[in-house]
Write a protein that binds this ligand. Structure first.
Ligand code: HGY
Ligand code: MN
Ligand code: MN
Length: 400
């Protein structure tokens, strides 16, 4: 964990390792070295998802897949995603150390662009692999500088040569992730047994007014795109309170053009992100933000356009993988809390491919997507051990 945290390390102890940047390329090289060092056969698919495979005594048995992601938020924390990848790697190393041969093959994966910060949507690599997105549409997505995802993938040398799709059936997928919220710590739990993940809508509204001189232009002659965006930001903050106590809404990104102190902003883009465990509430939030965008544009007399960039369904994990995690926690006497994840994970897409479950590690203080993100090594170890034992049970068909 300390080694991986050096790739894209920031001064304040965080990570700046955006998907498909140089730092992401370096951590991918590091990861492949670790996979090879653990004796795994490595493959990289056309979307840059990286897999390591460990043989099982029954080579034809559907494998158990474990993993998460190595890309980070801008100035994010060192545990988000990375802990899940390192814990999966550690499971394989422990099998090697104890010379345990599992019945099923075991695969370790690191998914491309889980965060969805530089390129949307989030969980993009697992989404392509699971068939939720078309690979050519996703390769054409652009970042703020206009680089396409396809170019960025080639630039770091990770456009692999195997199709980005399952080449076999899978027995199960397990993902260890930090909770990124306060519930486990508040409950004094050792680990989280995750029963599902909330649904999402993400999108952007671009307002277009009239760029003009901020001095001589009378107030009644202005069409200020940033004022309309500001209107919408406060609406995004208010909408969740009108929908339900589990709904969250965020305007995380704002960009104004030309962004000069003495020019009336001619153009302004603001993003929305709403989440709720109930897809019908997510849809209501989506309808509301469209209506608020129209009102904001009308009030300021500007044009606008909207673009939904991600819609992910709320999901519940099946009993079998959740049971495997529960039993592994019980076997260790780990105090666990069952909860739905408020953060998105690649597991969302894996549920359409095979039985999927997650283990949460405690996030101290509940902070994440920030250098202040913290999980003690003891808590990392606790969750990694529950993951390992749940995976071992699934890989040896001993889950009953
Ligand atoms: O947004 C999320 O929940 C995840 O970090 N991509
Ligand atoms: Mn994550
Ligand atoms: Mn994240």
């Amino acid at each position: 964990m300390e080694e991986q945290a050096t790739y894209g390390a920031t001064e304040d102890g965080g990570l700046h390792r955006l998907a498909l940047t140089e730092a992401d390329g370096e951590i991918r090289d590091w990861f492949i070295d670790q996979l090879r060092g653990a004796g795994l056969s490595v493959r990289v698919d056309e979307f840059g998802n990286i897999f390591g495979r460990r043989k099982g005594s029954d080579p034809d048995a559907p494998p158990v897949l474990l993993g998460s992601h190595l890309d980070s938020q801008p100035n994010g924390g060192i545990y988000d995603g990375a802990l899940g990848v390192v814990a999966a790697l550690e499971f394989v190393r422990a099998l090697n150390d104890d010379e345990i041969e599992t019945t099923r093959p075991v695969e370790v994966v690191s998914w491309t662009n889980e965060e969805g910060s530089r390129f949307q949507p989030a969980m993009q690599g697992s989404g392509v692999w699971a068939g939720a997105h078309d690979i050519d549409v996703e390769r054409a997505k652009t970042d703020d500088d206009g680089s396409t995802l396809g170019e960025a993938l080639e630039d770091i040398g990770y456009r692999g040569d195997v199709p980005a799709e399952p080449d076999t059936e899978y027995e199960a997928y397990l993902e260890l992730h930090i909770e990124q919220g306060p519930k486990l710590a508040a409950a004094g739990a050792d680990v989280g047994v995750v029963t599902g993940i909330v649904g999402f809508t993400w999108g952007a509204v671009t307002f277009r007014g009239e760029a003009d001189h901020s001095g001589p232009t009378p107030m009644r002659h202005r069409s200020d795109a940033l004022v309309a965006a500001a209107d919408l930001i406060t609406a995004i903050r208010r909408i969740p309170g009108t929908l339900g106590d589990r709904t969250v809404g965020t305007a995380g990104y704002v960009h104004a053009e030309p962004n000069s102190i003495n020019v009336i902003p001619g153009e302004a883009t603001v993003t929305w992100g709403f989440r709720d465990p109930d897809d019908a509430v997510v849809e209501r939030a989506y309808q509301r933000v469209l209506a608020e965008a129209e009102h904001a544009a009308e009030r300021e007399g500007v044009d606008y356009q909207t673009e939904e960039r991600m819609r992910a369904p709320a999901i519940s994990f099946p009993d079998r993988p959740v049971d495997a995690v529960r039993r592994a926690a019980d076997a260790r006497g780990s105090q666990y809390l069952e909860l739905v994840s408020g953060a998105g994970h690649d597991a969302t897409h894996l549920t359409s491919v095979c039985d999927t479950g997650m283990v949460f590690a405690v996030s101290e203080g509940g902070t994440s997507h920030s250098p202040a993100e913290f999980t003690s090594w003891d808590d990392c170890y606790e969750a990694a051990t529950v993951l390992a034992n749940a995976a071992l049970a699934l890989a040896n068909n001993t889950t009953g």
